[in-house]
Design a binder for this molecule. Structure first.
Ligand code: PGA
Length: 259
């Protein structure tokens, strides 16, 4: 973390979990466990239909609510889809874009990820762009090349004045939901590469200010170590974000030394 130059962000990705009644219980217990998050911005990204329940449950707290996906088109005949304007209209602040599960199971491409990012930035949402290599790519030693390609493709034609609200999450696919976390050195190396690439594309100021998160089996036990790295500005957390005690412990790790 580097709190001088950029925001620390702990974001939960609930995926397809929790019903409305559970959202309420989750929020009540998180609020007692984390009475005040001093430093880090806390976010929960939830299924579309749960956004109103989450907004209501977190109303009197500083937890922001986000979506897990969005459509790239402004409006129209796209049955089953949700637009950026709909998200801002109901009060969502963040949106996850290009999660590996969406790329893998729902055919999202670098092209659609780029279009979604543009739409989200245009609408004033803070997109959390996910990138990450497969196990095979890591074993073939092409991680950095692949991440560079993915980030460049996602950011194609996005001008510097639009880029500021973006958050990038490095999520190695082999670490997601597997219990296999990247070591803090592995995670730091790639997050550092991403920052260097942003510097090349957008300059030192932007690179210094962009929050880069790690995701992939981050939990209450490994969070402090990962967050101690200078280029890891927070986490995108799946499984552990469903359990208030675990999520709170990660938030508290991000708040350490936080006077
Ligand atoms: P995980 O998921 O923490 O359960 O590994 C992370 C993610 O998919 O964002």
């Amino acid at each position: 973390m580097n709190r001088k130059y950029r925001k620390t962000i702990i974001a939960g990705n609930w995926k397809m979990n929790l019903l409305a009644s559970q959202v309420k219980l989750f929020a009540e217990s998180l609020k007692t466990l984390v009475p005040k998050a001093k430093w880090c911005e806390t976010v929960v990204c939830v299924p579309y239909v749960m956004i109103p329940a989450a907004l209501k449950a977190f109303k009197d707290s500083r937890v922001a609510v986000g979506a897990e996906n969005v459509n790239e088109n402004p409006k129209g005949a796209y049955t089953g889809e949700v637009s950026t304007a709909m998200l801002t209209d109901i009060g969502a602040k963040y949106v996850i874009i290009g999660h590996s599960e969406r790329r893998q199971y729902y055919g999202e491409t670098d092209f659609s990820v780029n279009a979604k990012l543009k739409a989200a930035l245009e609408a004033g949402l803070s997109p959390i762009l996910c990138v990450g290599e497969s196990l095979q790519q890591r074993e073939m030693d092409v991680t950095n090349e692949f991440i560079t390609y993915q980030v460049k493709a996602a950011l194609a034609d996005i001008p510097v004045e639009k880029i500021r609200r973006i958050v990038i999450a490095y999520e190695p696919i082999w670490a997601i939901g597997t219990g296999k976390t990247a070591t803090s050195d592995q995670a730091e190396e790639v997050c550092g590469e991403i920052r260097a690439l942003i510097r090349k594309l957008y300059g030192a100021r932007v690179a210094r200010a962009v929050s880069i998160l790690y995701g992939g089996s981050m939990n209450e036990k490994n969070a402090a170590e990962l967050l101690s790295k200078p280029d890891i500005d927070g986490g995108l957390i799946g499984g552990a974000s469903l359990v208030p005690e675990k999520f709170a412990a990660i938030i508290n790790a991000a708040n350490q030394d936080g006077e």
